[in-house]
Write a protein that binds this ligand. Structure first.
Ligand code: SAH
Ligand code: ZN
Length: 701
């Protein structure tokens, strides 16, 4: 069953789970899952069978990372104890309800601190089954009733004997409310809890910090392209320039941003308080306006967002997700690392130029599941400013944030422009086998004719709008059906980039496309890039390895059944996952190794390859992962000027932090707690003969 997942867009950690929970029909519990169709490049919802194997999802959801979060676990335990003791001090019984029990952790803590009754519910069936096993192993099965249901389906008198007076729950995601916390709390207060109940946590606060950051802007808005002489080459269509973008979550480990990459316009503002205690009504749609004075002359691009939780009734235990510069613990080292909750970036629908000392209105809005933000000069806020932004230019629907960043990377674009200047002229017919490729548009200004491949409807729309805006009449958009082109191409250009790609070598789809178009290429066709090099380095990550590491115990409870769940996934087919490694610091602990290198030809001259790579880890360091990426060499004779990488932006040095390209995801194979010897082998299988051109990368056991 695991093969079902191979074309699944990997979301790291709890992002995945929230996506699942948001989109699964939780009321009927019919299982829907989002799968990427590699042929169309579109995500589609697939209904799953009863015998569907969830192990992967549980592992991907990185429950492990959440359970490795000792600060979170301890704060929940302390606050739960305070609540139980408080009930006992008042001469009342402590009847605990744990909504979304996961492994049963919080319920077992309630037992440890002498709750009189504990009911645990879990909507996600494989997790509920796991909770039962964990609870039994820890001898708590007599004291905890597990209900494998969503809380909103629980009926008092049937599933639960009586109402609870303590609610403990952790149904929060990076956006706080994205997992449906508001509905869960409201229903619990109405149907499952006594009116004198204590809720852990009892409130949450959302913070927003207005910032200026060209880096951020480069993930949201496309810039015009200029040539080496500073002349305009490609103009971004007005509709794209003025698009309000989307409110889609852009979750990022903000603490990893270099401090030079942004300016703060104001101190972080508390924009929403959510009262979970049930003492005030739940409101699903709200807005707030914070009037603030800017600390500097700047362009406001968007906000950084994070939240904190008040865990206990005395407000002594505060769980903060703030980045290091705003964290109550101040010192970097003490701040807990977590991947299941990050911070997020929200882009304003329109940038605003602000002068020092001037007043601006920060508008914050939320609905049941999401947040969005806007900014206006002074107090000039109108109804329209509260609207949730929706992309109408399609760029923001077609491309990931990092892709927009790539297109804005002028150094990267220059490498393609140089090839065009050297090889493309009025006699040349160019075939562009990449999606959303600026270079293809520039080539059109020099070439006789350009055929532009677009297999994805949404990105085709974007490309067409660029062609129109720039008056390019010699461009024809083609699909991948392999129909003969009217004129044979003498040059093939590709970054290559495809919206369907997940790990860097998925872009080898180029080989497959070349085969399809073979009959439309001249005998002496030149193909750029000319070469593909797959590189890898052994890593000692500071923290990232934890997302796949078994737990052993968690706050003193045995977690073996859960560890089994995670470990059973390691034998699955997807050993390498995609991660934006700039967000996850780590040291290179071996030399960078060229694991495979091959030329791009048509017809493809490469046969399937089984290769072995040996990593030697520098003494004194521990390897807990392997990072893998691809360098595309556009022009082999001038490799140093024409290499486009998805890996490190400066050469790696053994024992030093790696500086990764911030606009790419790298492949990473995480080794969990596995002890690696100082010298070990990895096997690489390159399959060039099948349509998919897959590459498997596995440790030799
Ligand atoms: N309480 C555990 C797990 C937290 S993860 C811990 O702290 O370690 C959140 C879990 O809540 C997920 O397993 C999810 O499936 C579940 N969940 C979310 N909303 C729920 C609801 N309304 N009813 C039941 N389970 C829910
Ligand atoms: Zn848009």
């Amino acid at each position: 069953m695991c093969s079902l997942f191979t074309s699944f867009k990997p979301l790291s950690s709890k992002r995945m789970l929230s996506a699942l929970l948001k989109h699964r029909n939780l009321h009927t519990m019919s299982e829907f899952i989002q799968k990427l169709n590699p042929l169309t490049g579109l995500n589609q919802w697939v209904v799953l069978n009863e015998d569907y194997d969830y192990h992967q999802e549980v592992a991907r959801a990185a429950f492990a990372d959440m359970l490795h979060d000792t600060e979170r676990n301890n704060m929940y335990e302390r606050a739960l104890k305070v609540a139980i003791d408080h009930m006992h001090a008042q001469g009342k019984k402590a009847n605990v309800l744990d909504i979304g029990t996961g492994t049963g952790l919080l319920s077992m803590m309630a037992v440890r601190h002498k709750a009189d009754s504990v009911v645990a519910c879990e909507a996600f069936k494989p997790m509920g089954a796991c909770a039962l096993e964990v609870i039994k192993l820890n001898n708590c099965h007599d004291k905890i009733k597990v209900i494998p249901k969503r809380s909103t389906d629980i009926i008092i008198g049937e599933d639960m004997e009586f109402k609870a007076n303590i609610l403990v729950t952790e149904v929060f995601d990076t956006e706080l409310i994205g997992e449906g916390a508001l509905g869960t709390f409201q229903h619990a207060h109405k149907c499952l809890l006594e009116s004198d109940c204590i809720v852990v946590p009892h409130s949450g606060t959302i913070y927003a910090q207005i910032i200026e950051s060209p880096l951020l802007a480069s993930w949201n808005r496309l810039n015009n392209v200029f040539n080496n002489d500073g002349e305009l080459e490609i103009k971004v269509p007005e509709a794209i320039k003025n698009c309000k973008g989307t409110a889609n979550l852009h979750d990022v480990q903000l603490s990893q941003l270099s401090e030079h990459s942004f300016n703060s316009l104001v101190e972080p503002q508390a924009v929403f308080r959510f009262d979970f205690s049930g003492r005030t009504p739940f409101i699903y749609e709200r807005s707030s306006v914070s009037i603030v004075k800017s600390l500097r002359n700047a362009i406001a691009h968007g906000v950084f967002m994070w939240w904190d939780l008040n865990m206990d009734i005395d407000n002594k235990i505060i769980l903060s997700c703030a980045p290091h510069w705003a964290h109550p613990l101040k010192t970097g080292k003490a701040i807990p690392w977590r991947d299941h909750w990050m911070q997020a970036i929200y882009y304003f629908p329109k940038e605003l130029k602000v002068s020092q000392g001037s007043e601006v209105s920060l508008i914050s809005c939320h609905d049941e599941y999401s947040l969005w933000f806007n900014i206006k000069e002074g107090l000039k806020v109108t109804d329209a400013d509260y609207k949730c932004p929706q992309c109408d230019c399609n760029l923001h629907n077609a491309y990931a944030r990092t892709r927009i960043g790539q297109l804005n990377d002028a150094k990267r674009t220059k490498k393609f422009l140089r090839i065009i200047d050297d090889y493309v002229n009025k006699d040349i017919v160019v075939l562009v086998l990449s999606q959303g490729f600026y270079a293809g548009l520039v080539a059109a200004k020099r070439a006789k004719k350009v055929y532009f491949l677009e297999t994805n409807q949404v990105s085709r729309y974007v490309t067409a709008s660029f062609i129109k805006e720039n008056g390019l009449e010699n461009v024809e958009i083609v699909d991948a059906s392999g129909v003969l082109l009217a004129e044979k191409a003498n040059i093939v250009l590709a970054e290559p980039y495809y919206t369907t790609s997940i790990v860097p070598w998925d872009n080898l789809l180029l080989l497959h496309l070349l085969k399809k178009f073979q009959a439309s290429l001249t005998d002496d066709v030149r193909i750029f890039p000319q070469k593909c090099i797959i590189k890898a380095v052994a890593m000692q990550f500071d923290d990232l390895h934890k997302i796949r590491a078994p737990l052993g115990t968690c706050n003193g409870f045995l977690m073996k059944p859960f560890d089994h769940l995670i470990e059973s996934c390691e034998i699955s087919d997807e050993v390498v996952e995609a991660q934006p490694l700039w967000e996850y610091p780590g040291l290179a602990v071996s030399e960078t190794i060229e694991v495979a290198s091959f030329s791009i030809h048509v017809p493809n001259k490469e046969s399937n390859k089984d290769l072995k790579t040996t990593f030697e880890v520098k003494p004194g360091f521990k390897c807990n992962g392997i990072a893998v990426w691809v360098d595309w060499i556009l022009d082999d004779e001038r490799a140093e000027y024409s290499t486009v990488t998805s890996g490190p932006v400066v050469a790696t040095e053994v024992g030093k932090t790696v500086q990764w390209d911030v606009h790419s995801r790298q492949g990473v194979s995480l080794l969990g707690n596995r002890e690696m010897p100082s010298v070990f082998d990895y096997a690489l299988r390159c399959d060039f003969e099948s349509a998919e051109c897959t590459i498997e990368f596995k440790p030799v056991s």
